[in-house]
Design a protein around this ligand. Structure first.
Ligand code: FAD
Length: 430
C-alpha cells in the first residue's frame, strides 16, 4: 500500500506540508505530478515558458528522487483520468496534497475527492502556499476584508499570536517508495518545446531585502526579489520567506501580504474573474480599439516606458512592478480598453501569472477593484519615466533602437486623460 503525494504548485521536496505528512504516515510514499490537459490544451504558445519551467523543476525533483531509489510518477491527462489510471496500477492507501484556492482548482479537487471517496480512499489536504488561507483573517463581524491596510494589520496580529510551522520533509525522504528510474514523458510528446528561456532564481540576499524600498521602484536596477514565479510554482516556501521578512524588512513583508490579500479576495468574491469588483464600473463605455490594443501588446505606443515594459514582458515573461502599473494604467485610462483584455494578455505571457494577483492588480490599475487607486489618479507615462528611469537605462535595454525621435505617441496625454475622466464620470453618474 502506498501514500500518494500529488504535487501541483508546490514543486519542492523541502518544507512541503503535504509531503511531510505523507512521509510521517507510516506508508511508503509515491510522488506524482499531472500535466493537466484541461490547462495545457488551452495554451497557445508551444514554447510556453511556464510549462518549460515546471518541466525542468520536475526533472530536478526526479533526479533527487533517484538518489533515494525512487522516481516521480508523471501523467499527461485530465486529473480524473490520471487518477483512474493511478488507482488501477497502485494499491493506494491515502492521497496527500496541498490546497489550492483558485476556482478551477477547487472544482478539480472536488471531482477528485468524490472519486477517492467512492473508493474509500482518504484525500488529505494541507495549507502550504500561504500563511493564512480562506477565512482565517476576517473582520470582527466575520466578513472578509476588502481594504488592504486593516487586512494586513489583522494578518500580522494573527502571525504574532502563532508560530510559523515547519515541515522538514527533506529529512524523511528515506520513506519514499523504492521505484525503478523512470524518465519524464518528453515535452515534445505533450505538444510543447523547450522555451530556450532560463527563469532567474529568486534573490533573497539580505542586502537586497534590507534595501528593498530604496531599489524597488527602479526598473533598471536589480532591486526586487524575483520570487513571484517561485511562489507561483512553490519552488520556494512562503513560510521561509515570511520568516526572513520578519527579521529583515517589514516593508517587503507587506508585499507578501498583498499576495494573500488578493488570494482571499478571489476566494470570497470569485465573481471578480468576470466582473468589476465595484459593480457600478460595469457601466464604463470602453473604446476597445483593436489596433491600439495590438500596438500596446507589441510595445509600440510611442511612450518609451510603456513600450519598454511590454517588450520586457514579451521577451522574458516578467515585467517590473512599477512598469506593470504604468502599462496597465495606460491601457485602461489612456486607451480606454477594458482591463480584462490587458489581464488576459498578461495571463498568457507572465511566467509568474497568478489569477488572484493579476486580476486584483489590473482592477486596482483600472480603478474598479477593492482598495484601488481612485479612478482620477492617472499616471503620466512621461513623468513616470523621468522619475523612475531618468537615464533611460531601462528603456534602452528593452527598446534596442531607441533614439530621441522615437515613435509618435498614439494618443496625446492631456487629451487621453480628459477623455478617461469623462468616461469614468459618465459611468458613475448614470
Ligand atoms: P517583490 O517586489 O520582490 O515582491 C515579493 C513578492 O510579493 C512577489 O514575488 C509577489 O509574490 C508579492 N507581491 C509583490 N507585489 C505584489 C502585488 N502588487 N500584488 C500581489 N502580490 C505582490 N504578481 C504575480 O505574482 N502574478 C501576477 O500575475 C501579477 N500580475 C500583476 C499585474 C499588474 C497589472 C500589476 C500592476 C502587478 C501584478 N503582479 C503580479 C504584482 C507584482 O508586479 C509582482 O508580484 C512583482 O513584480 C514580482 O516581482 P518580485 O517577485 O521581484 O517582487
Amino acid at each position: 500500500k502506498v501514500a500518494v503525494v500529488w504535487l501541483r504548485r508546490d514543486l519542492r521536496l523541502f518544507d512541503n506540508a503535504a509531503l511531510y505528512h505523507a512521509l510521517n504516515s507510516g506508508s511508503q510514499v509515491l510522488i506524482m505530478f499531472i500535466f493537466d490537459k484541461n490547462i495545457l490544451d488551452k495554451l497557445q504558445d508551444k514554447k510556453d515558458k511556464r510549462v518549460d519551467f515546471i518541466y525542468r523543476q520536475l526533472e530536478k525533483i526526479n533526479s533527487e528522487l533517484h538518489q533515494y531509489n525512487s522516481s516521480l510518477l508523471v501523467y499527461h491527462n485530465t486529473p480524473k483520468k490520471a487518477f483512474e489510471e493511478l488507482l488501477s496500477n497502485f494499491d493506494v492507501q491515502e492521497v496527500f496534497t496541498n490546497r489550492d484556492y483558485e476556482p478551477y482548482a477547487l472544482e478539480r479537487d472536488r471531482e477528485i475527492n468524490d472519486l477517492l471517496e467512492s473508493k474509500n480512499i482518504p484525500f488529505q489536504t494541507f495549507k502550504d502556499q500561504v500563511i493564512f488561507e480562506r477565512s482565517e483573517v476576517m473582520k470582527p463581524d466575520g466578513s472578509p476584508y476588502t481594504v488592504f491596510t486593516p487586512y494586513s494589520n489583522k494578518w500580522k496580529e494573527r502571525l504574532h499570536q502563532e508560530s510559523i510551522p515547519e515541515y522538514p520533509s527533506e529529512s524523511r525522504l528515506d520513506h519514499l517508495l523504492k521505484r525503478a528510474k523512470v524518465a519524464l514523458p518528453s515535452l515534445e510528446n505533450m505538444g510543447f518545446e523547450p522555451s530556450g528561456f532560463e527563469v532567474p532564481d529568486s534573490d533573497l540576499s539580505e542586502g537586497l531585502i534590507r534595501n528593498y524600498e530604496k531599489t524597488r521602484n527602479l526598473p533598471a536596477v536589480h532591486g526586487t526579489s524575483y520570487a513571484s514565479v517561485h511562489l507561483r510554482f512553490g519552488t520556494v516556501s512562503i513560510r521561509r520567506l515570511v520568516k526572513q521578512a520578519l527579521q529583515q524588512n517589514e516593508i517587503w513583508l507587506n508585499e507578501l501580504i498583498w499576495r494573500e490579500f488578493f488570494m482571499q479576495i478571489l476566494y470570497h468574491f470569485p465573481e471578480v474573474v468576470e466582473h468589476n469588483f465595484r459593480r457600478k464600473y460595469d457601466r464604463i463605455q470602453w473604446r476597445n480599439n483593436e489596433r491600439e490594443f495590438e500596438l500596446w501588446c507589441r510595445g509600440e505606443t510611442g511612450y518609451p516606458m510603456v513600450d519598454a515594459g511590454m517588450r520586457q514582458l514579451n521577451e522574458t515573461g516578467w515585467m517590473h512592478n512599477r512598469v506593470r502599473m504604468i502599462t496597465a494604467g495606460f491601457l485602461t485610462k489612456h486607451l480606454l480598453i477594458d482591463w480584462r483584455w490587458g489581464e488576459a494578455y498578461f495571463a498568457e505571457k507572465l511566467v509568474d501569472y497568478e489569477l488572484s494577483s493579476n486580476n486584483g492588480n489590473w482592477q486596482w490599475a483600472a480603478g474598479t477593484g477593492c482598495d484601488s487607486a481612485p479612478y482620477f489618479r492617472i499616471f503620466n507615462p512621461e513623468t513616470q519615466l523621468k522619475k523612475f528611469d531618468p537615464k533611460l537605462e531601462y528603456v534602452k535595454t528593452w527598446i534596442k533602437d531607441f533614439r530621441a525621435g522615437y515613435l509618435e505617441p498614439i494618443v496625446e496625454h492631456k487629451f487621453a486623460r480628459a477623455r478617461a475622466l469623462e468616461a469614468y464620470k459618465k459611468a458613475l453618474n448614470n
